[in-house]
Design a protein. Structure first.
Length: 357
């Protein structure tokens, strides 16, 4: 395992780093802004796997012709209830944003929308899309499949056959931040294993198997040949949900499901989203009051004890508050890779270092 130290960078400075590198790559100002907001928000919320550490992978995709900058989603079909969109391998952080805006507009008009979005370059932290819908007061459900080098073994299997297929659900509340359910269907997101590898730390029991199918805690099992596989979370239950992602996001959107080795290096995502207006359903008042009653009930501790139950989205909020105050830790290996990506696009190392000084 490698070992590394950390540096701490403020969120505004980190956004400027993203902007500087992607302006040099050719992204327009709007796209750079959406990308910087998304990546740095992932870091702020503690999901470093989907933060600025992704920059080197995105630059590699760009150079391989597998990421198309400044692309808008194309509407392939509009049934009224459902929009089928093609992302044209555009930057996922702007394509998915535009797709959600179309879904939000349709939900305002008709009360609900299905967005079948195919063929996007990596769309990042899926909770970001649930948050975009929740800001409008809309409930949303998102199933995503990942078309990339297989890294996850199905329950009952030893070989990697699929990727980390995430699911997200956004649940707006009355006058407080929404509940955001957002996780990979693998025991750990692949990027978190990369972060552990770069930091030189072990991963928890039950996360990985080696190339022979034996349990291991060493993240090198995913990065140094012969490689092993990540296991689904919750045994058969995580696997079943991962299967649903392949069916809904991979097959039903008209995108690709996994069916063998993948030739492209880029991470391609397809997303199947359902967006619903509680107001249009006529349940807005009861939805909000039932939800608040449930939250009060579920968080009520045993007599004399302190509350211990968190809601989905709470850990991210706590981390964000800390990191806004104290800065975002970036491990030295990841920072070196980010600098190298910028330099490969003609940005001066001194310019990037100055941004975080
Ligand atoms: P995770 O295991 O950290 O789980 C996060 C979810 O669990 C959040 O909803 C969080 O609020 C909730 N949670 C955590 N602790 C809790 C507690 N004590 N009580 C209540 N709720 C709690 O997430 P992950 O599986 O590592 O995924 C990380 C990120 O990676 C996600 O944002 C996901 O969308 C993203 N991802 C993206 C892709 C892609 O291809 N684009 C693939 C996989 C994962």
């Amino acid at each position: 395992m490698k070992s590394a130290q950390e540096i701490t960078i403020g969120s505004d400075a980190l956004k400027q780093v993203v902007n500087t590198i992607f302006r040099a790559a050719g992204s327009n100002e709007r796209e750079c802004g959406l990308l910087a907001d998304h990546l740095v928000e992932a870091n702020l919320k503690g999901h470093d796997s989907h933060g600025v550490g992704m920059i080197p992978a995105y630059v590699t995709s760009l150079k391989a012709g597998e990421l198309m900058l400044n692309t808008a989603p194309t509407v392939l079909r509009d049934t009224g209830g459902a929009l089928v969109l093609d992302g044209g391998l555009g930057l996922g952080q702007s394509i998915a944003y535009d797709a959600m805006e179309l879904g939000i507009q349709r939900t305002r008009e008709t009360g609900s929308a299905i967005i079948a979005l195919r063929n996007c370059h990596h769309i990042g932290r899926i909770g970001h899309w649930a948050e975009q819908c929740a800001r409008q007061g809309f409930v949303s459900v998102h199933f995503v499949n990942v078309v990339s080098e297989p890294v996850v073994a199905p329950f009952g299997g030893k070989l990697p056959k699929l990727v980390t297929n995430p699911v997200a659900i956004g649940i707006p509340r009355a006058e407080v931040e929404p509940v955001i359910v957002d996780f990979a269907t693998s025991k750990l997101a692949h990027g978190k294993i990369r972060v552990a590898y770069n930091k030189g730390v072990s991963v928890p029991d039950g996360t990985l198997i080696d190339s022979e199918g034996r349990p291991t805690n060493d993240p090198a099992a995913m990065f140094e040949p012969p490689t092993g596989a990540i296991l689904p979370f919750g045994e058969h239950k995580g696997w079943a949900l991962a299967f649903a992602c392949e069916a809904l996001a991979g097959a039903l959107t008209g995108g690709l499901a996994m069916k063998g080795p993948v030739t492209q290096k880029a991470i391609v995502n397809n997303m199947f989203s359902i967006i619903i207006s509680p107001e249009a359903m006529g349940t807005q008042a009861s939805y909000l009051s039932e939800l608040e009653d449930f939250v009060r009930w579920v968080q009520l501790p045993a007599k004399g004890e302190v509350p211990t139950v968190l809601l989905p989205g709470d850990p991210e909020r706590t981390t964000k508050a800390k990191r806004l105050a104290k800065g975002i830790p970036v491990d030295a290996n990841s920072w070196a890779h980010i600098i190298a990506s910028g330099v490969s696009l003609g940005v001066l190392e001194a310019e990037l270092s100055a941004l975080i000084a």
